[in-house]
Design a protein around this ligand. Structure first.
Ligand SMILES: [Zn+2]
Length: 142
């Protein structure tokens, strides 16, 4: 049986010398668990935990992880820590924009009221309006 991810010596963005990778995924070097240099590469969430953001850079490698329980393989983009920038701080305008967006998720499109919970995206209606609508449809059908 051929191995799915053979070791390949390839040129990589984080080193001047060719490094061992597990092939290519979406045109990027593929790495397996334990072979990505932790001090040079990080996933988006790892950058975030360090208080950094990718700063517009494209991922330089892809990490794959096999889940033995389900037999599934998941992939994560890896970014250069050296090219990452600090996370932008929250500003009053950002807080206001987020508050507005969260409020918009609670406004019923039929009665225009805020029922104090987030409405389902399928109907964008509060439960009262949804029920009234359902009942009128049943009445029309009868
Ligand atoms: Zn409503």
């Amino acid at each position: 049986m051929a191995r799915r991810f053979p070791w390949v010596l390839a040129a990589v963005a984080w080193s001047d010398a060719p490094q061992f990778t597990r092939g290519v995924h979406d045109g990027l070097p593929l790495l397996s668990y334990g072979c990505a240099p932790r001090h040079l590469l990080a996933t988006y969430r790892q950058l975030r935990a360090m208080g950094k953001r990718p700063n517009g850079q494209d991922p330089v490698a892809v990490l794959y992880v096999r889940h033995n329980g389900s037999g599934k393989t998941s992939f994560a983009s890896l970014y250069l820590i050296a090219k990452a920038a600090p996370v932008r701080p929250m500003t009053p305008a950002k807080f206001a924009a987020l508050a507005k967006a969260n409020l918009a998720r609670r406004i019923c499109r039929t009665c225009g009221k805020d029922p104090l919970y987030i409405l389902p995206t399928s109907t964008r209606q509060c439960w009262k309006c949804f029920e009234a609508n359902e009942n009128s449809e049943i009445a029309e059908a009868a």
